[in-house]
Write a protein that binds this ligand. Structure first.
Ligand SMILES: [Zn+2]
Length: 324
């Protein structure tokens, strides 16, 4: 899971200049580069993160950087390459397919490629996945809050990138990284589990149902509403299972289990292309093409149901597809 890693986030050093100086004096530094939501990887091997060091790029020490944490061997930072480009050189926010531009490449002292976090999911160890995901999520927040929502002045990084401040002293508005809570739920009826699929997913792929929590709604209410909205199935007694940060771009997945009290399925909104009840035998027969990524909480929810039914491990699916 994306939360299983040994990185210390160094929260104590974000506002304590002395502690940050001591940390930087004790350990060498590595900096990840983020561009347009993608993470810098080495030009030779696109499965390896590219770490910039001050000895390679003296300009690093002067750039606004975001403190990602330490593994007690290095201190890790992130920078947004977009902050180094003029507005006219930036990838257009409405063209998400835009990749590294010639202008961005010209800024870097060494060649580097950029890959999406989804592409890197199956390639990276838990620590590196955490660093890349945190870098992407915080840079995403910073890039979308470049100007104050109250007075439209520029914002500046504070607390080592975990906060933005309006530069207009008469305003002083503060902005914090956005998190979008979403429930994801293992719905069971007798010995069967309810899974659905979106039309955009790979053929045959199914996953547990999920949806965003609405204002003034409890997590339990969100579980009951979402399942009924998407499938017409009513559930009762949602029980908390566990959670997982999901930085696409800023979700926090809150896992639940729930028992269905009706079984007729009717996909009522346009979100799901199909939803159906699966037996243990159907899951076993189609595990490779059917199941979501093993890194996802959806997989963990299905795995917990499968173990309870069979007392055996779930057949492992391909690790190369996109996760929910
Ligand atoms: Zn302001």
């Amino acid at each position: 899971m994306l939360s299983n890693h040994p990185i210390d986030n160094c929260a104590h050093a974000r506002e304590d200049a002395g502690a940050l100086t001591a940390l930087r004096a004790r350990l060498p530094e590595r900096t990840l580069v983020v561009l347009d939501g993608d993470i810098g990887v080495t030009a030779e091997d696109p499965t390896k993160l590219a770490y910039m060091q001050p000895s390679q790029w003296s300009r690093l020490n002067d750039l606004p950087r975001t403190l990602l944490g330490t593994d007690q061997q290095y201190v890790y930072w992130a920078i947004s390459l977009q902050t180094l480009l003029a507005d006219s050189q930036r990838p257009h926010p409405l063209s998400p397919s835009t990749r590294v531009s010639a202008a961005a490449a010209a800024v870097l002292p060494t060649p580097m490629a950029f890959r999406s976090l989804r592409e890197l999911l199956p390639c990276l160890a838990p620590s590196e996945l955490h660093l890349a995901a945190l870098a992407r999520q915080l840079v995403h927040f910073q890039e979308r809050h470049r100007y104050c929502g109250q007075c439209a002045h520029a914002t500046t990084l504070a607390k080592c990138g975990f906060q933005l401040c309006c530069s207009n002293l008469d305003c002083g508005a503060l902005f914090f990284p956005r998190l979008d809570p979403a429930i994801i739920v293992q719905v069971t009826h007798g010995e069967r589990i309810l899974l659905g699929r979106q039309a955009s997913w790979a053929p045959g792929r199914y996953s547990t149902l999920a949806g965003f929590v609405e204002p003034q709604e409890t997590l339990e209410q969100a579980v009951i509403r979402e399942v009924h909205e998407e499938t017409s199935v009513w559930v009762r007694d949602p029980q908390y299972f566990g959670s997982q940060p999901w930085p696409f771009p800023a979700s926090l997945m809150l896992g639940f289990t729930a028992k269905a009290i009706s079984s007729d399925i009717h996909c009522r909104d346009s979100e799901l292309e199909d939803a159906r009840w699966f037996s243990v035998r159907e899951i076993e027969a189609n595990a490779v093409s059917l199941l979501p990524s093993p890194q996802s909480i959806s997989y963990q929810l299905i795995e917990a149901w499968y173990r309870a039914q069979t007392h055996a491990d779930l057949p492992s699916p391909s690790r190369s597809h996109h996760a929910r």
